[in-house]
Design a protein around this ligand. Sequence first.
Ligand SMILES: Nc1ncnc2c1ncn2[C@@H]1O[C@H](COP(=O)(O)OP(=O)(O)OP(=O)(O)O)[C@@H](O)[C@H]1O
Length: 216
Amino acid sequence: MALEIKNISFGYKQDVTIINNLNMKIGIDERVGITAPSGFGKTTLCKIIAGYIKPHSGKVLLDGKDVHQIKGYNPIQMIWQHPEKSVNPRLRMKSVIEAGDKVEDRVLDGLGIERDWYNRYPAELSGGEMQRFCIARALGKKTEFIVADEISTMLDLITQSQIWTFLLEEVQQRGIGLIVVTHSNALMDRIATRCLDIENMRDGEMANSAIQSGGA
Ligand SMILES: Nc1ncnc2c1ncn2[C@@H]1O[C@H](COP(=O)(O)OP(=O)(O)OP(=O)(O)O)[C@@H](O)[C@H]1O
């Protein structure tokens, strides 16, 4: 199982290209860190990979299948930087978590999700509690890849550490590929088996050849 980004180009305005003919291949056994300066297009790339934005040209393929054609549960799950923006504010957390694939109790417990949070609305949870729900929701049984876009930036260090310890163990045990965007070198060194600096990737270059980062 591999994720292939093939000749992807995209811009929000016709005359401004943000992503220009990008190529990369990521295996399910990899944890790939993506870096670039602010505003360079990391979130945009994450949204394209997870199927939220269609590229102007090129394709994202999961095991050879175009991810933008996949119907039903999306095996490429994105976890967003701002969890409150990624849930419907009018739904109680029980409905939020049940809207996706079945999430095992082991995952809920591992993330420290208390069951009495289920009856609350998103605005009644802290940012850290909400992010735990969003991570659990992304870990449905049919998930093959997780795209984590700055998911712990707003959390305190203890919560960051708890969440990453669980998430890392989970992806390694279940064989889920991980794509991580972070500005933290320490986190990158802890998590990534490979680091891609998309700022320095030349037009059409295969990102496979980018510099290696330390493994976790
Ligand atoms: N929906 C949108 N419409 C128009 N322009 C957008 C939109 N979303 C993002 N942009 C612009 O596209 C560029 C890339 O944004 P993106 O959020 O992908 O960058 P980033 O590398 O993730 O930044 P950061 O590290 O600050 O989160 C920025 O200049 C941003 O202003």
